[in-house]
Design a protein around this ligand. Structure first.
Ligand SMILES: Cc1cc2nc3c(=O)[nH]c(=O)nc-3n(C[C@H](O)[C@H](O)[C@H](O)COP(=O)(O)OP(=O)(O)OC[C@H]3O[C@@H](n4cnc5c(N)ncnc54)[C@H](O)[C@@H]3O)c2cc1C
Length: 484
């Protein structure tokens, strides 16, 4: 019997663990270590953040699902990895610290034959002074989104009473990813403001680290439209203009105070923006797992990149932007030092940015870091699980499954307002996620598979996806047939 331990039960880890268990059956063990008792369909947090869904609609308890699947669930956070064993044994293990199941604070060692790191991001609010002090809100977790809506409603109430209010939404640091989530939030706030009849009393302002609107951390995209290739910049600028939302881009939010954000721009100039309500996405880092050798020496740097994400089969020494290639991106997500260790979803260390690197004239990096959105995170999780299932069943020479973001398309449906008759969403597909300028000279992508459209149909798709992915994550009948 082999044991697979999955650290992190989010989009990627839950996908990996459930497929691995399905393929491995009762002959082998799958253990999931994850600190929350509930699974969260994170994309719908946007709707919780504007009061259009409750927290209960976007979460469900994990324990019964794992019990049904025969997965050993530990409500705990992984703390350290010991890939060469410890003092008394050569067997590899991780240490965990319980956060629930009546064992809060207790630590334990769990041995493994295969390990998946799917711990997602640390929401690094501390990177921007003041961002972690309650002056701004976030929608990154369901609880954050509940709080965001409470604060938003206060602003709406003041606007209803005739007070002018300032809303600021975007990214809270020069090295943020997840512009798409902030994009969805600003349009949902604007949509709700109109419905509540308060739009005229609200100044809604966008701020982000993108060097152009519509970069989204993937260097933007082009889509075929009426015989020409329209850029996502044109698409995004139109959407913001139509809704009367001004934008500040190429911005590193350097400090936040009560009601005020300070920022630096690519041209080196600085500015301040006042706000009554601000939702600023924090930068992401790895969750801070440590790694130790058999003798207790720290080998964290061997396994993890400096940003805390796990090293996998990527080319990390590609150097300057001019040298970057699609083939730098990982395919199997296997750790180069320890072949029984894999990382998937946000937890793997990308080789470099996807967007063009930019630095302000003062030397401050201001560029979006690469997104690893839901679809790639799910696909990578499933492929890693497939590789491990094959390694366990067929031995160490088994072929590893590949899921490079440079050979993978992704669909993203970005809500721009909820409502079955007046909702809208921007449905975008991009192929490949990481542009390949050798294969697709010029724009780096296959325009036959890269398109974008905004409208009511997109909203319905987004709504259907909400129910479909929660259905799938609950492992209801036929769940394996629903794509990632
Ligand atoms: C507001 C918002 C909206 C979004 N909307 C979309 C969208 O519309 N479409 C889309 O494709 N993507 C969207 N995304 C991105 C999507 O949520 C991520 O791509 C996806 O969640 C990444 O999956 P993951 O498994 O890597 O990380 P996560 O889903 O974050 O899962 C990580 C898991 O690891 C756990 N964990 C953390 N630390 C530890 C530890 N030490 N030990 C064990 N477990 C740990 C966490 O609790 C969590 O359960 C959105 C993101 C946000 C924040």
């Amino acid at each position: 019997m082999a044991r697979l331990v999955v650290m992190g039960g989010g989009v990627s880890g839950h996908t990996a663990a459930t497929f691995a268990k399905d393929w491995l059956g009762d002959e082998h063990e799958v253990v999931v270590v994850t600190p929350n008792s509930q699974w969260n369909w994170i994309p719908s947090n946007i709707w919780v953040g504007v009061g259009q869904m409750t927290k209960e609609e976007v979460v469900f308890p994990l324990a019964p699902v794992y019990e049904k699947a025969g997965i050993d669930y530990r409500q705990a956070k992984a703390v350290s990895i010991h890939p060469n064993g410890g003092e008394n044994s050569d067997k590899e293990y991780i240490t965990i610290e319980y956060t629930g199941q009546g064992k809060e604070g207790q630590t334990e060692e769990i041995t493994y034959d295969y390990l998946i790191n799917a711990t997602g991001p640390k929401l690094n609010f501390g990177a921007t002074p003041g961002l972690d002090e309650g002056h701004t809100v976030s929608v990154c977790t369901a609880d954050h989104a509940v709080h965001a809506n409470l604060e938003l409603q206060k602003v709406f109430d003041k606007a209803k009473a005739g007070e002018k209010q300032k809303i600021l939404i975007g990214t809270g640091h020069g090295m943020c990813t997840c512009q798409g989530a902030a994009f969805e939030y600003i349009f949902n706030v604007e949509h709700e403001a109109k419905k509540a009849g308060v739009r005229d009393n609200l100044d809604i302002q966008w701020i982000s680290n993108e060097s152009f609107l519509g970069d989204f951390g993937i260097g933007g995209l082009h889509m075929k439209r009426g015989g020409y290739a329209a850029s996502s910049r044109l698409f995004a600028e139109s959407l913001y203009s139509e809704r009367g939302i001004p934008w500040i881009i190429g911005a590193h939010v350097s400090k936040v105070e009560a009601g005020k954000a300070h920022y630096e721009l690519l041209d080196g100039s600085t500015g301040e923006l006042e706000f009554d309500f601000a939702m600023l996405i924090p930068p992401f880092a790895g969750v801070g797992l440590k790694a130790y050798d058999k003798d207790g020496s720290d080998i964290t740097d061997t396994i993890f990149a400096p940003n805390g994400f796990m090293k996998v089969d990527a080319k990390y020494d590609a150097g300057a932007y001019e040298n970057w290639k699609a083939s730098d991106w990982p395919k199997t997500y296997q750790n180069p030092t320890y072949p029984n260790m894999f990382a998937c979803g946000i937890a793997f260390a990308p080789p470099h940015l996807i967007s063009k690197p930019m630095t302000s004239v003062n030397g401050t990096p201001i560029n979006p870091t690469p997104p690893r959105t839901g679809m790639p995170s799910g696909i990578i999780g499933k492929n890693v699980a497939h590789s491990i299932a094959d390694l366990i069943k067929n031995g160490p020479d088994a072929h590893l499954h590949e899921a490079s973001m440079a050979e993978m398309g992704a669909a993203c449906v970005a809500s721009a307002g909820k409502g079955l008759t007046d909702g809208t969403a921007a449905a975008l597909t991009v192929y490949p996620v990481v542009p390949d300028f050798e294969k697709y000279p010029g724009l780096g992508r296959d325009l036959d598979y890269t398109f974008g459209e905004i409208g009511l149909a997109g909203h319905w798709i987004k709504h259907i996806l909400h129910h479909m992915f929660i259905y799938k994550a609950k492992l209801k009948p036929g769940w394996t047939l629903i794509p990632e």
